[in-house]
Each structure stands twice: as structure tokens, then as C-alpha cells.
Design a protein around this ligand. Structure first.
Ligand code: 13P
Length: 247
């Protein structure tokens, strides 16, 4: 059976001291987790977290990557630079980047492509806003976002992780219900099946106010293969409870 993936997205949180305390607590409690575990940390802390996670079962990830290979792009970080820190994952197309940095579907797709070319697994985020959901456009929006990634990545699409993160559920405490999430995951799975014979092994994560209380029911859905966790990933005990729910 496919192992689930529980990935923390720390967003713009942390400090040298806080990161060390958090990761030490997570490592003390994680044991031989039955699922895959990752933390996606702010880029400036990659070296620190790489050292703290050395020889552990917790993988390291970043939260963004440039769509360019290198050169005159002030402030950007190339995928090859991330790879030097032993990265396994990078989040691309998080709704906060689409919203605040105006990242288009095409830019997100080329970030995923650049990551794959460096041997880093992109966690591609898709999701609708509240207005889009209320207008009955959820399916149309997530399919459009995923289609751009499928179009540019061809058969490599089987190497990505997809995270469905309804924007209205992020950081609001208002998670999608397990049924709502499963419904969208089934749509995404069907779209991936039309693109690759390996669609069943692609991990589809749910993100948006997943926490210690609702994780088990979300993770029990047939097309939910893990979680992308924001706020709850900053509390070791909550993160460990979610990891245990995914076992
Ligand atoms: P919250 O878990 O804080 O809602 O954040 C979800 C998220 O955006 C993960 O990428």
C-alpha cells in the first residue's frame, strides 16, 4: 500500500532557537513512523534543519523555488541550490504565492518542472477561493491549475505530489469536510489518470486547517494520501498526532 505523506509547511515562522526545539521534539516522538514525514522550512534555515534532521526519517523541503535555472534574478533561489541542502521536496504554487506574488498557473508549472529536473519532488498546490466555490467553480479552477502542470511536465507528472488546499480553509480553522475534500481529490485523480497510467501512485495531499482532531477522518478518505499542514505543524504534539493518524 502507498505510504501517506505528512508534510509541515512552516510558512514564514521560526527562529534558530524555535526550529531546534520543534525539530528535537518531533524527532523524539516520531519513532519509526509508518508514513513519510517532511518539513518545508524557510530557505534561510535549510542548513540548520538539514543538520538537525541528518540520519532521521524526516525529510527536508522548501516553500518555493525559482522558475529560472540561475542568473540575474535577485532574491530568487535556484533548484540546484536547494538540492545542495539535501532537499527532497519543494512546495510550488501555494495559494499565498499565487495571491501575494501573482504567480500564474504557467509559472507554477515551470517551477515544478525545474524542481523535477533537479531531482526534487514538487508539492504542487491547487485550490479554489471562497468566491469560486460559492460560484460553483471549484472543479473548473483546480482542473485548470493542475492542467498547466500536466501540460508542461508530460510523463514526469507521475513524480509530483499534488496538494488540494481550498483557500477558504487555510489558516481559518474551517477545514473542508472529509467528504468535500474527497470529492475534489477524486476529480484530481481522474484528471491524473487521463494523463498517466501511474496516477494511482501519485500522492494527493489535503491542506487547510488539518489538525490533531480532524486528521484521522480526512486521511481515511480513499483519495487522500496525506496532509500539508500549516499551523498545526508548528506544535510538535499536534504534528505528531497527525503523523500517528496517517500510520
Ligand atoms: P493551515 O494548516 O494553517 O490552515 O495551513 C495550511 C497550508 O496552507 C499548508 O500549506
Amino acid at each position: 500500500m502507498k505510504k501517506k505523506l505528512i508534510a509541515g509547511n512552516w510558512k514564514m515562522n521560526g527562529s534558530l532557537a524555535a526550529n531546534e526545539a520543534l525539530l528535537k521534539s518531533v524527532l523524539a516522538g516520531v519513532g519509526q513512523a509508518e508514513c513519510q514525514v517532511a518539513v518545508c522550512v524557510p530557505a534561510v534555515y535549510l542548513a540548520q534543519c538539514q543538520a538537525l534532521l541528518a540520519d532521521s526519517i524526516v525529510s527536508l523541503g522548501a516553500q518555493d523555488v525559482s522558475s529560472h535555472e540561475g542568473g540575474a534574478y535577485t532574491g530568487e533561489i535556484a533548484p540546484a541550490m536547494l538540492k545542495e541542502f539535501g532537499l527532497r521536496y519543494v512546495i510550488v504554487g501555494h495559494s499565498e504565492r499565487r495571491q501575494y506574488h501573482l504567480e500564474s498557473d504557467e509559472v507554477v508549472a515551470s517551477k515544478a518542472q525545474r524542481a523535477l529536473a533537479c531531482g526534487i519532488t514538487p508539492i504542487v498546490c491547487v485550490g479554489e477561493t471562497l468566491a469560486e466555490r460559492e460560484a460553483g467553480k471549484t472543479e473548473e479552477v483546480v482542473k485548470r491549475q493542475l492542467a498547466a502542470v500536466i501540460a508542461i511536465n508530460g510523463h514526469c507528472i507521475s513524480e509530483v505530489v499534488v496538494a488540494y488546499e481550498p483557500v477558504w480553509a487555510i489558516g481559518t480553522g474551517l477545514s473542508a469536510t472529509a467528504e468535500q475534500a474527497q470529492q475534489v481529490h477524486a476529480v484530481l485523480r481522474a484528471q491524473l489518470k487521463a494523463a498517466t497510467p501511474s496516477a494511482d501512485r501519485i500522492k494527493l495531499l489535503y491542506g487547510g486547517s488539518m489538525n490533531a482532531s480532524n486528521a484521522a477522518s480526512l486521511l481515511a478518505q480513499p483519495d487522500i494520501d496525506g496532509g500539508l499542514i500549516g499551523g498545526a505543524a508548528l506544535k510538535a504534539q499536534d504534528f505528531l498526532t497527525i503523523i500517528a493518524a496517517a500510520a
